[in-house]
Design a protein around this ligand. Sequence first.
Ligand code: ADP
Ligand code: MG
Length: 716
Amino acid sequence: MRAGAFARKGVLTVQDALYFFPRRFEDRRKISEPADLLPLAEGMQVTVLARIESLREIPLRGRHQTMLELVAMGSKGDLLSCTWFRSFKGQKEKYPVGSWAIFTGALKKFKGAPQIVHPDVEIVKERPKDADLFGKSLHWGRITPIYSRSEKLSQKLIRETIHLCLSEGLPLLEDIFPEHLRKKHELLPIREAIQSMHFPRDAAPNKEELLPESLHPAIRRLIFEEFFKFQLVLLMDRSNIKPEAGIPIRIKGHAAKIMRKNIPFTLTNAQERALADALMDLQKETAMNRIVQGDVGSGKTLVAFLALAEVAENGFQAALMAPTEILVEQHFENAKKVFAGTGIGVGFISGSLNKKAKDEAYEKIRSGEWKIVIGTHALIQEAVQWKELAAVVIDEQHRFGVKQRTHFKEHSTKGKSPHILTMTATPIPRSLALTIFGELEVSTIDELPPGRQPIPTKTLRGSERQKLYNLIHKEVKEGRQAYLVYPLVADSDKEGMEKLKSAEAEFARLQEDQLHGLRLALVHGQMKSEERDRVMRAFKNHEYDVLISTTVIEVGVDVPNATVMAIENAERFGLSQLHQLRGRVGRGQHKSYCVFVTDSPPISFAKPAASLEEGVDDESPWQRLEILEKSQDGFAIAEADLKIRGPGDFFGTKQSGSPSFQLADLSRDANLLALAKLEAQALFDRDPQLKDPENALLRKYFHSVLEEAAITLKSG
Ligand code: ADP
Ligand code: MG
């Protein structure tokens, strides 16, 4: 159970544990008596030694909860009271009366007596001797690390586990930086840096700062390492894919003319610009490597279609790869209309086709009958043999990593690399784009088609759900439709999921209860895809009023009549994902709404809850959700998301161990980034294959990263 809980935090190995840094520190060096507290100001962080005298559970009126009150006495007979506004099962048993304990938290005064709300409690049983009050425990009498918590891991357990990992793992940890480099940039040795990141020897945390100042050398060292590795991966990556010949395409524009007549509107200026960029690239002798970023609904698909039409007119093939089957089908339906009358063969392939249909598709791809093939991952199966592949569009880039790109490159025509056009609604933030893709071209569609309105967005607490149901009833009465999105397909009693709502359970419940009388449909990823499509289609045809689903609709069907997007347990989703979901509404002429529901406590409750032994994770999701309430701008949201999650997700190979910044902040640490970039470049110039024994550790590191990313270091 413990290992599982750690694994969910991404901590699987001793090495991971060493790099699982605290969120902050508390100065618990001074141990007070309750008698010492009265002169102190309220709100001060205090650490108090006292003996537990009594415990009392107080039922809360009108709620299925109890409060817990604990009274403790110091050696001079003075009292300290502690309160938990929401007690949990088994809590009382954790605090045996008669035991001495160390209480930490913010000081309050209640009726003139010192009080701590939701303290951190460490039972010490016997009263420690005064001489033992400092530096003997991991949890008090020292600068104490506070880790990101999960429901099953107490701070105490995390600290003890990490401490064990340090003593076992640290001696085995080797420094990737040779000494001369460390000297040159005054970088701490790795062991020292890691050790002080968890248990800094003598560092006074500054109130304003997350981390004590004396930790700066350790942090600086680790940030440098993050940047350095990252830069080196990029250098290696580029050197592997750099000079690539593509197939130059002559722009003819015959098909495009017909297609523009098929489209019932004119392209926006931003669409035209992105298209012009792509057409310019297609004509070159080198393969295109362009990313088109544009917010949800900005009309990227048409840009892709018009560009691919030119490829097809030159007699070559093009692939359009999308992350879900539903999206593939939608693109295909769309393509049939847009390409009508052009004579260009368009087909699609997805994993759920039966064997016969698949074989037919393979045949049409091999023979070249299909010029444009739309598909899921099925496109990169070995069975797919292209006649003359010259261009690839990858839709929703953040889902596809380096692997897919590499695959297409290997299936190029005449030894040339296909042109690659990537489309994303999760724009790569400017700061990151510059660092990562120095030479990747970017087109930005910064304009939505005319008539789109901003979508008012609001976060509700679970107890306010009725407001959401009222909104749905009102909209349905006016002939509109709604989406209700849940994090799970079915209820789960798996650790950490017990409290999440599921599409199946809520579908059953709402039908009988608050949404009784409306036509509800259910769709989720575990349904057979035919069944799912049937439901989606029926929803699109307005045979249903409310679609209850999981995130399968994330990049799904276009239903202009839908005006409500509601997301339950919204705290479980990434900001960009929520923004994408929101983009499913507001697609027609009707005013649309987005509602997030979360049972997480709002900010005002977050602080005390955080120090509750089995409380929620430290950060309140309300702050994150607020970003979406305030902004409709996918770029700003992606920047914010980047700050919160780190850039790993954008790099596209997070799971496969690409460097992600745990500590570094691209804007704050720009100087260090420049320095690391310089050193990485110097090292790369000197030893591009990392053959020097001095660089053996780096070589090992890159092998693991690059192997995963399916880029093999050319050993030559
Ligand atoms: P995304 O950029 O999110 O992939 P789509 O390509 O799916 O956006 O387009 C969203 C919707 O906007 C589609 O219904 C599409 O037909 C429509 N659309 C695209 N371009 C325009 C335009 N210039 N004017 C009006 N509607 C457009
Ligand atoms: Mg799209």
